[in-house]
Ligand binder design. Structure first.
Ligand code: FES
Ligand SMILES: [Fe+2]
Length: 352
């Protein structure tokens, strides 16, 4: 599937996170998603409008214009578009030609995100990833976003191969034993996941800070890939000997460190992260501590994935990459994504 001269490696008949709900106001917001420039604004009725951010006249970005009465005005020569993309005014002429319109994208707000349907077929809301932890009042949650200068699959690989925690995050969320612990992998047609435990190890810096542990801990990871680009991570630590491996988490801390990735361009992506927890739920000072800690952790990810991207781009010999045992989940996730792309191209060719 070509995309402006580059092989498109993400499915389009999908919902992707466009941003966090609080980002969308009556002011225009421009964001590139799946190689498309899109302008968003919130209408008076409270819904989110999403249109191609390129005027059909001379391609000016509408996001530089003004929103008035739920309509957006082009900053160059003043064409006005309604939230559904129809042109409603061309100041220099009376007639509005039939091709004076912009593509509009369906947007749904759910679990703290605005999700955008990038496809051409009818949107299926049941496909929106379940990130209910983010808005669960019984949990404390912090969230944030980063632009990664790498292909989205590289960011996805990174989230799905937690052996990197022992190296990239040795001073934040990692411990030396993680890379040695063997995962149990399971999956289905559209998901893959694994469980990994480390037993009787000193807690990571962040878990020690969060849980105040004074002894060694048992630590769990339940990681699940949900297509096309969401990763659910149930992770936590409990003092060794308090029963966590047999299901009693009551003496430990549990975090749902979920994330969803949206391709931006071929070599850049958005990483939306959320961290929900079952302790210090209403502690706003602790929220701030968590936010700072997780931002520092994800900067560690950003540094390594961007270095990988740069190295791939200058690899003139195009040497094949070696796969290790830790890549099994990443490879299955890539297969699921590749199958989605294949499936949607056959659906679209039948429809056209
Ligand atoms: S570029 Fe938008 S009206 Fe001319
Ligand atoms: Fe990481």
């Amino acid at each position: 599937m070509r995309n402006g001269g580059v092989e498109r490696d993400y499915p389009l008949e999908q919902w992707y996170a466009a941003g966090f709900v609080e980002e969308f106001t009556e002011k225009p917001l421009s964001r590139t998603l799946c190689d498309r420039q899109i302008v968003f604004w919130r209408t008076g009725a409270g819904s989110i409008a999403a249109l191609t951010d390129r005027c059909p006249h001379r391609k000016a970005p509408l996001s530089l214009g003004m929103v008035r009465d739920d309509q957006i005005e082009c900053p160059f020569h003043g064409m006005v578009f309604a939230a559904d993309g129809k042109c409603v005014d061309i100041p220099c002429q009376d007639k509005i030609p039939p091709d004076a319109h912009l593509r509009s994208f369906p947007v749904v707000e759910r679990h703290g995100h605005a999700w955008i349907w990038m496809g051409q077929t009818k949107p299926d809301e049941s496909l929106i990833p379940d990130l209910h932890w983010m808005t669960d009042p019984a949990l404390g949650c912090v969230h944030g976003m980063m632009e990664f200068g790498c292909n989205y699959l590289t960011a996805l690989d990174n989230l799905l191969d937690d052996t990197h925690l022992s190296y990239v995050h040795r001073n934040t969320i990692g411990t030396p034993k993680i890379v040695k612990a063997r995962p149990d992998v399971e999956g289905g047609d559209d998901w893959v996941g694994f469980t990994r435990w480390t037993y009787d190890t000193p807690p990571s810096h962040l878990h020690k800070l969060a849980g105040g542990f004074t002894t060694n801990v048992d630590r769990w990871f339940y990681v699940k890939f949900v297509s096309p680009a969401t990763v659910l991570i149930d992770v936590g630590s409990a003092p060794v000997g308090t029963g966590a491996p047999s299901g009693d988490r009551s003496k430990g801390i549990a975090l749902w460190s979920n994330g969803t990735i949206t391709p931006r361009t071929h070599n850049t992506c958005w990483y939306f992260w959320h961290n929900a927890r079952n302790f210090k739920v209403d502690d706003s000072a602790f929220n701030e501590t968590m936010r700072v800690q997780f931002e520092a952790t994800f900067v560690e990810d950003k540094d390594i994935v961007e270095a990988v991207q740069r190295n791939r781009e200058c690899d003139v010999e195009n040497t094949p990459e070696l796969n290790l045992s830790g890549d099994v989940v990443c490879l299955r996730a890539r297969r699921i994504v590749a199958n989605l792309i294949k499936k949607e191209s056959s659906v679209l060719s039948v429809a056209s």
